[in-house]
Design a protein around this ligand. Structure first.
Ligand code: PRP
Ligand code: URA
Length: 210
């Protein structure tokens, strides 16, 4: 497993505003989108391409096109949905599949309540979107599901993560080709499984309580 923690003043600045409890939902949503686009730049560093010849107004030249099968972007509902627009802005030709997961706030175990993905993920590069990597349970279940369906490599983009969550995912993915790109690596989990200092409940801050 490879982990990349962003180190850029603009990302840290935007995360600071995002963490602030006084930041309201409209600003929170806009910042989430901007942050994903910045993180996606790093996360797509190894996106597969094929050479392509084109004609400029001046000369013939070779460039690249995104290879087939196209990358699959998988937001984890609900909070990951707030990251989708920021990702597809950068990779507009990507396909999008969905996983709906919710963490039981007593046991901290995730349950999958929705799945809409291509049946066969053989040779697919997948990009999972979830703002929070807390215990790691939700992300671990999501990436293992994609690998079981044949995904070749998986990159997860999360705004915040914890050392405990990264350790759990490393232990649970059995050396698979997984990259995790984080906006920041926070200190720890608290006794309720919340990220400290974190930003609170990402889904609630994006969309309000349900
Ligand atoms: C949040 C978050 C992650 C998960 C992280 O979702 O978006 O999916 O918790 O926690 P974990 O690493 O301990 O599994 P939540 O279950 O609150 O659902 P929501 O997106 O619908 O708010
Ligand atoms: N889910 C969240 O939304 N926030 C946390 O801090 C942990 C899990």
């Amino acid at each position: 497993m490879r982990v990349h923690v962003a180190d850029h003043p603009l990302i840290t600045h935007k995360l600071t505003v995002l963490r602030d409890e006084n930041t309201a939902s409209p600003t929170f949503r806009a910042l989430t989108e901007e942050l994903v686009t910045l993180l996606a730049y790093e996360a797509t560093r190894n996106v597969r391409t094929v050479p392509m010849t084109i004609q400029t107004p001046v000369a013939e030249t070779t460039g690249v096109a995104i290879a087939d099968p196209r990358p699959l972007v998988v937001p984890i509902l609900r909070a990951g949905l707030g990251m989708l627009e920021g990702m597809t802005k950068l990779v507009p030709t990507a396909e999008v599949g969905f996983l709906g997961m919710v963490r039981n706030e007593e046991t901290l175990e995730p349950t999958t309540y929705a799945e809409r993905l291509p049946e066969d993920l053989s040779n697919r590069q997948c990009f999972v979107l979830d703002p929070m990597l807390a215990t790691g349970g939700s992300l671990l279940a999501a990436v293992n599901y994609l690998f079981e369906r044949g995904a070749q490599d998986v990159t997860a983009i999360c705004l915040l993560g914890t050392p405990e969550g990264l350790e759990a995912i490393d232990q649970g993915t059995d050396g698979r080709d997984l990259t995790i790109v984080l906006g920041a690596l926070d200190e720890r989990l608290d006794e309720h499984g919340y990220i400290v200092p974190g930003l609170g409940d990402a889904g609630d801050r994006l969309y309000g309580t349900v």
